[in-house]
Design a protein around this ligand. Structure first.
Ligand code: BUP
Length: 465
């Protein structure tokens, strides 16, 4: 096949935190001499995913959409599970159908880029078909080291607790059990099974693309690359922070016209606004919402708050006034903007008026904060968030409120505490200077000749080899 035009088939998973980095890599690759197909599962779980698939195919007409039809899946087997996790499981149970999809495509597929949630199924299929299998890992390199090392850790584990326990990742760091994705405290959980199966298989991938950069996670990247985490680990390309390739002038014009958050930010003084958002699939309880509202009001700061009351956007029909309490919006009028709409977070974080990001520390949010040099106040929720928060601290992106927890546990973070901390971090010159430095490192990494730029070039060359 040497010299033939490569055909890369992308197999993303579900949730905007998984789709956006895929779309960013696809857009970056589309400018090169590569055929691209994207496996698309319709209907998507959320409206945001459907909108973004449409925009991708409209913006890049040469990228092929490959429809994938899931087999019937009985979700009642897993009561109370998040619909996104259920979609991952549905995809896994239909995964044998990837074989004809990959094997039968024309032109012949030369490489697959899979989401990590599907690797235990996709890697063996790709091997069998003699197709390269790369993994686009949508969390941090530290998390990748945890995924890779956890099966080894479990095989070695002497004391048999109910869950994974503290994980001491060689060459990286010790991850206490309390930082782990919480389902890992129970070895019988669906998530845990997926996590361990995928972790055992990833050593067989051809390479990893990770949305991070060398200066942000030097220790974890070195340990993975030197085989300290797992001997013989595949090549790791740190290609972040990933960015959208859209025409920002066009977006701005559109947004200005509709009196959007961007237009509002334009009216605010430099570095004066706290941007508040907890990702695309984290419903915040009504009680905690009231405390956040009280905290933002008490902080005296300006704020822009993207509010989600449900896990899936399609279900969110709550009225802002009901959720926030009578009089709140009137009291903060002019200095606070609350929206339930999808915003272009990446663009908002780059706006000069934004001075702080109060975030759940989802990995995409962390990289977007790092790229914009805006300090992040991490209030991790579940999943990989606490592991990400360790990188927020070690990478100089911001601070982590380690004792702040979320609903489901039996207490709320009070408005008083939120207000105090927001005010304090907003006026902390040391934290701001550190975030600015990280922003400069991020810019250097993706600029021509930078570490992430070169990694991306190497990956593209490997596709053509
Ligand atoms: Br909400 C929202 N606009 O309105 P994370 C999110 N985003 O651009 P995740 C918007 O979605 P978990 C909105 O910029 C980021 O790229 C945001 O990914 C974008 O968290 C992405 O930050 C969200 O990794 O939650 O995946 O939503 O980590 O719990 O899966």
């Amino acid at each position: 096949d040497g010299g033939a035009r490569p055909h890369v088939m992308f197999i993303p998973s579900a949730g905007m935190g998984h789709l956006l980095p895929f779309f960013r890599v696809i857009a970056a690759l589309a400018g090169h001499d590569v055929d691209i197909s994207v496996v698309t599962v319709l209907p998507t779980v959320s409206a945001a995913e459907a909108d973004h698939f449409s925009s991708l195919f409209a913006a890049l007409p040469r990228v092929r959409r490959v429809d994938f039809h899931l087999l019937p899946f009985d979700a009642s087997e897993f009561p109370g599970h998040d619909p996104f996790l259920l979609r991952w499981e549905a995809l896994r149970r239909s995964a044998h159908l990837f074989r004809p999809l990959i094997g039968g495509a024309t032109p012949r597929v030369s490489a697959v880029v899979s989401d990590v949630t599907l690797t235990s199924h996709v890697i063996p299929i790709a091997k069998e078909l003699c197709v390269k299998c790369h993994v686009l890992f949508v969390s941090c390199a530290t998390m990748l080291s945890l995924v890779a090392y956890t099966p080894v850790h479990l095989d070695k584990k002497v004391e048999q607790g109910p869950g994974v326990g503290d994980v001491d990742i060689p060459g990286v760091r010790r991850i206490p059990q309390s930082y782990l994705p919480q389902p890992l405290l129970d070895l019988n959980k669906l998530f845990t099974k997926q996590f361990i199966d995928n972790g055992r298989e990833i050593i067989n991938a051809d390479s990893f693309l990770v949305n991070t950069f060398d200066a942000l996670e030097p220790v974890a990247l070195a340990a993975l690359r030197d085989g300290k985490v797992v001997p013989g680990f595949p090549t790791v390309y740190a290609i972040g922070p990933l960015r959208s390739q859209h025409n920002s002038a066009e977006v701005e014009k559109e947004e200005e016209a509709t009196g959007s958050p961007v237009a509002w930010l334009d009216e605010q003084p430099a570095r004066s606004v706290v941007y508040v958002a907890f990702g695309n699939r984290n419903a915040v309880s009504r009680d905690q919402i009231r405390e956040i509202a009280a905290g933002l009001e008490a902080s005296g700061c300006r704020f822009l708050w993207v509010l989600k009351t449900t896990t899936v956007d399609r279900d969110d029909s709550a009225e802002l006034t009901d959720v926030l309490g009578k009089g709140f919006l009137e009291r903060v009028q002019g200095r606070g903007l609350v929206t339930k709409a999808w915003v272009d977070q990446e663009a908002l974080l780059k706006h000069p008026s934004v001075g702080l990001f109060l975030s759940h520390s989802g990995w995409n949010s962390v990289t977007e904060a790092a790229a914009s040099g805006v300090p992040l106040l991490a209030w991790p929720r579940g999943g990989d968030h606490r592991v990400n928060a360790t990188v927020v601290v070690s990478g100089g992106v911001g601070v982590w409120m380690e004792h702040w927890s979320w609903d489901g546990e039996d207490w709320l973070v009070t408005g008083e505490e939120i207000g105090k901390k927001v005010k304090e971090v907003m006026s902390d010159a040391t934290i701001r200077a550190s975030a600015t430095r990280t922003g400069e490192e991020a810019a250097k990494a993706v600029a021509e000749g930078g570490t992430s730029y070169r990694s991306m070039q190497q990956f593209i060359s490997s596709l053509k080899a």
